[in-house]
Design a binder for this molecule. Structure first.
Ligand code: AIR
Length: 352
């Protein structure tokens, strides 16, 4: 039998947990590194280091102990990745750097001629005034450390600048609110041989800025579907990305525009565990390990529902059955707005 590859994962949340679950079936050993003692991922990983991301000695020790390092969260400090031999890091530092800051992410999209919402960098009061008079309804989004709706504030022409807003000078962008029909995402993966696999499109429904439901596959006009795959491919290639990358889109009128890029497996791809021949977690681990990836085939139509905050209480002792697949994240602390688990409902693919 081939010697198994060991992959270190920075971050230990539910995404890390599902990466570990997928790895155990494909002979890949996992080592989770994160500062959270109650990390869900450590329950399924082969090794666990509970340390701060900025502990230089421990990061170097961790890096020396594995063949490859990947990450499951874009809020890992860039300084941590700089301590790791770039040949071991997949995806590379460029993917994280360009997408963990909304301003550099927007500039990347502009450089690649990919449509996104109008925005302005929030540097001072003038920028704030400009946005409310030119954009109308807008959203202030912190440049870094925002996820699951954290770091976002809606504003309009009646909003007065206050201390909370001025504290965000040079730390945020203001974006014109897009009156979109719906949101959808493209989860794709690139391997070390340059192969790119695309999952079917997924339609996403948010509640209170947090993903609540995903429906797949989304049937979109053929040209738009092709275009969203082309955009994703362009980004993967520009970043030299290895592993899964997700692009979130808005469908607005006849157009599609990019909302966000995540350089990782994504909540809107959880349904692929049951719904596709290859899951997003499996092909991410294969791609970063240097294994050729396959094109995933659709097995079932899926509806994924996130269990948020106290919604988990009704599912804590439930198990998967013919009706529903139950995924619990084993997080000790139930917090409002925290993703605690998810459910996937499958149904046979309808002929179209
Ligand atoms: N995550 C990463 N980006 C967005 C999300 N939701 C996942 C990762 C991360 C975990 O959420 O798996 O480790 C953090 O969740 P929490 O509830 O501890 O904030």
């Amino acid at each position: 039998m081939n010697k198994s590859i060991s992959v270190g994962i920075l971050g230990g949340g539910q995404l890390g947990m599902m990466l570990c679950q997928a790895s155990s079936n494909i002979n890949i050993k996992t080592h989770i590194y994160c500062p959270d003692r109650d990390s869900p991922a450590q329950l399924y990983s082969d090794y666990f280091t509970c340390m701060d991301y900025l502990n230089e000695n421990e990061i170097i020790k961790f890096s020396n102990s594995v063949d490859i390092i990947t990450y499951e969260f874009e809020n890992i400090p860039k300084e941590t990745l700089e301590l790791i031999d770039s040949k071991k890091l997949r995806p590379g530092i460029k993917s994280l750097e360009q997408t963990q800051d909304r301003l550099t992410e927007r500039r990347l999209l502009q450089k690649l001629d990919i449509p996104c919402a109008q925005y302005i960098e929030l540097k001072n009061e003038e920028d704030f005034k400009y946005s409310i008079s030119n954009f109308g309804e807008s959203i202030i989004k912190t440049r870094r450390f925002g996820y699951d709706g954290k770091g976002q504030t809606s504003i309009n022409k009646n909003t007065n600048i206050d201390n909370d807003i001025s504290l965000l000078f040079n730390e945020a962008i203001i974006e014109k609110k897009i009156p979109f029909e719906f949101e959808f995402s493209q989860v794709s993966c690139r391997d070390t041989y340059g192969n790119i696999s695309h999952f079917p499109l997924t339609r996403n429904v948010h509640e209170n800025h947090i993903l609540k439901h995903s429906y797949a596959p989304l049937k979109l006009d053929n040209d738009l579907e092709k275009y969203s795959k082309e955009i994703t491919k362009k980004i993967l290639i520009e970043l030299g990305h290895i592993g899964v990358l997700t692009v979130e889109f808005f469908k607005a009128g006849e157009d599609i525009i990019v909302n966000e890029i995540a350089p990782r497996v994504h909540n809107s791809g959880h349904w692929t565990i049951e719904g596709c021949s290859e899951s997003q977690f499996k092909i991410h681990m294969q791609a970063v390990s240097g294994i050729k990836i396959k094109q995933p085939n659709l097995l079932y139509e899926c509806h994924m529902e996130n269990l948020i905050g106290s919604e988990i209480n009704s599912w804590i002792n439930k198990q998967s059955d013919n009706e529903v697949n139950v995924h619990l994240y084993h997080k000790k602390e139930v917090k409002k707005g925290r993703k605690m688990g998810h459910l996937t409902y499958t149904k046979d693919v309808e002929d179209s």
